[in-house]
Design a binder for this molecule. Structure first.
Ligand code: 13P
Length: 260
């Protein structure tokens, strides 16, 4: 990664783990050394455990984030959770546009953009996920899909707010499959995303160059060093490997080292 951007590693626990497993993982994270001057870390537990994990990690530099929320402030939205509720229990970061929400739960670009804007307005950090499906990759549309998801997702975001945006490039075919993009392929996609951030919006290159771009999709301790050594890979968004404290922290340490 570039030495000018501090790496950022997120652990997306998705719809996994129950009571005692959650406690074990959160406690495991508190026990491991972490140099907060060299890496930012956040974990995203499922809603029922958010407050519990936030309480356990309060004494650490690890932030707690939400996998989802609704863009409206309050009201008759059965089953939804607002940003102010998340703030109440100590959340500082949110995921938006994850491929499972786009392709399994049917979130549209319009909904994703509304969420990005609402979260920024409420003072949250946002990880905006983008990435192509296998058929789009095979049709040579990887970059076109990523650009479109960026342009829709970031519409209306201003230069100041970009300091609270991280992009996660997560090729859908690599998520949970054990198939990782090669470091070179991932770097190429990250480079194109960087160029879109630099030249596709009004805010200019300095802002685009400061944005962190995480890689997500079967990142694990055995491939993290090679991925994180790429110029435009500034961290990772980790699913499966974030469910084991030692594996997650091995990736966090690889990110710390990538700055050296
Ligand atoms: P895996 O690491 O399990 O492939 O998941 C990646 C991901 O979707 C993180 O958001």
């Amino acid at each position: 990664m570039s030495t000018s951007r501090k790496p950022f590693v997120g652990g997306n626990w998705k719809m996994n783990l129950h009571g005692s497993e959650v406690a074990e993982l959160a406690n495991g994270l508190t026990a491991l050394p972490l140099d907060a001057s060299k890496v930012d870390v956040a974990v995203f537990p499922a809603f029922p455990y958010l407050a519990q994990v936030a309480a356990v990690l309060k004494s650490t530099p690890i932030k707690v984030g939400a996998q989802n929320f609704y863009s409206q402030a309050n009201g008759a939205f059965t089953g939804e959770v607002s940003l102010s509720m998340l703030k109440d229990i100590g959340c500082e970061v949110v995921l938006v546009g994850h491929s499972e929400r786009r392709h399994v739960l049917g979130e549209t670009d319009e909904m994703i953009n509304a969420k990005v804007l609402a979260a920024l307005d409420a003072g949250f950090e946002v990880i905006l996920c983008v990435g192509e499906k296998i058929e789009q990759r095979e049709a040579g549309k990887t970059h076109q899909i990523n650009m479109a998801q960026l342009e829709y997702g970031l519409a209306g975001v201003n230069a100041d707010q970009m300091a609270r945006i991280t992009i996660a490039y997560e090729p859908v075919w690599a998520i949970g499959t054990g198939k990782t993009a090669t470091p070179e392929d991932a770097q190429e996609a990250h480079d194109r995303i960087r160029r879109c951030l630099n030249f596709g919006f009004d805010w200019g290159e300095d802002i685009g160059n400061a944005v962190r771009i995480q890689y997500g999709g079967s990142m694990k301790p055995s491939n993290a060093v090679d991925l994180l050594s790429q110029t435009d890979i500034d961290g990772g968004l980790i699913g499966g490997a974030s469910l084991k404290a030692s594996d997650f922290m091995a990736i966090v340490h690889a990110a710390e080292q990538s700055q050296a």
